[in-house]
Design a protein around this ligand. Structure first.
Ligand SMILES: Nc1ncnc2c1ncn2[C@@H]1O[C@H](COP(=O)(O)OP(=O)(O)O)[C@@H](O)[C@H]1O
Ligand SMILES: [Mg+2]
Length: 320
């Protein structure tokens, strides 16, 4: 214990910052969310699923708001059921069952054997014990082997930990998963066994215009305000990437629109402060900013050059 407390002062700084920034429970997070259109409906479905003990899945392309909706739902639950926790795990091929359940600390296990004290619990096990919410994010990126870890918790509300025993989930345990549609590359299929245990399927897609504009507004810092007409232009650029299904595999997400709006907002802010000598037209700003944001925000179909797509989109929406 001695050499733990006498660690250097930079370690102390790390610990202080860590404790200051630690999110202690899901109620503490302030989530700025727009609940009009599809989001309100999806939230209602999540609540219905929760009330009936049916497990839901959110399905949709990247950046349509799956994660933020789950976080918001979990924070509502946490406010209602005191102490309810929220855990999530974002999956890919490298995720193993131990990442869900937890694992034995090798040093402690060597010394004391497979005892509970040597076991460090994973997020799924914690959520089950605490009656919290577990979000399996990007679940169809996990291999079928890892997906199978979820079968017993979902079907029997229990889970077996090797060498320790089997636990029953607390009454309030709830499971949600989120995934991209299967046709996008880089994903495994959801196993049929798991599919059969998920009973409420909630599709999210790119939101309708008024909702997306609200989302951009809510995410724009106060001092980076832009005009409504500029917001409309940004939407038209983003929306154009979603129309071109021949050249574009993954179009611009909501994040891209927010990023363009922020960068334009900063230009407007600097103009107001008199720090920009040569003001540019909104078209010049947006043509420049959009290129920098969209270059990595859209995924072209194989063999198509992203620069070529960008030229077309900017010509079409901003002209020249
Ligand atoms: N309904 C919404 N209200 C507010 N912001 C949203 C909403 N939907 C999406 N966003 C914004 O878009 C970003 C992407 O959403 P996210 O939930 O991470 O998408 P996904 O999980 O589907 O990839 C979020 O960081 C958030 O800023
Ligand atoms: Mg996400």
């Amino acid at each position: 214990m001695e050499n733990i407390t006498s660690k250097s002062s930079s370690d102390q700084k790390f610990r202080d910052l860590f404790n200051k920034q630690l999110i202690k429970d899901a109620t503490e997070e302030e989530i700025k969310i727009v609940l009009s259109g599809q989001y309100g409906k999806a939230l209602e479905l999540l609540r219905d699923a929760e009330a009936t003990g049916l497990f839901p899945a959110l399905v949709g392309p990247p950046g349509v708001g799956k994660t933020i909706l789950c976080r918001y739902f979990a924070s509502l639950r946490a406010k209602e059921n005191k102490d309810a926790s929220f855990y999530w795990l974002t999956m890919d091929e490298s995720i193993r069952p131990a990442n869900f359940m937890g694992s034995f600390d090798p040093a402690l296990t060597l010394k004391y054997g497979f005892i509970l004290e040597a076991f460090s619990p994973g997020p799924l096990l914690r959520a089950m014990l605490e009656g919290g919410t577990f979000l399996a994010n990007e679940i169809n990126r996990a291999t079928e082997y890892s997906q199978n870890t979820l079968l017993e918790p979902l079907e029997e509300a229990s889970i077996g930990i090797p060498h320790i025993g089997r636990i029953k989930a607390a009454q309030d345990f709830f499971f949600i998963c989120a995934m991209n549609p299967e046709e996008l590359s880089g994903t495994h299929r959801l196993s049929e066994a798991l599919k059969d245990r998920i009973k409420v399927w909630i599709k999210l897609t790119y939101p309708e215009k008024s909702t997306e504009l609200d989302i951009i507004r809510i995410n724009l810092p106060e001092h980076f305000m832009i005009e409504e007409s500029e917001l409309e232009l940004i939407y038209s650029i983003i929306n154009e990437t979603r129309k071109n299904k021949i050249d574009i595999e993954v179009p611009a997400s909501i994040r891209a629109g927010i990023a363009i709006a922020k960068l334009l907002g900063r230009k407007r802010f600097l103009e107001e402060k008199g720090e920009i000598k040569e003001k540019k037209s909104v078209y010049e700003y947006l043509s420049d900013i959009s290129r920098h944001v969209l270059l990595g925000s859209i995924k072209p179909k194989p063999g198509i050059k992203v620069e070529h797509i960008l030229d077309n989109i900017i010509n079409k929406t901003l002209g020249g």
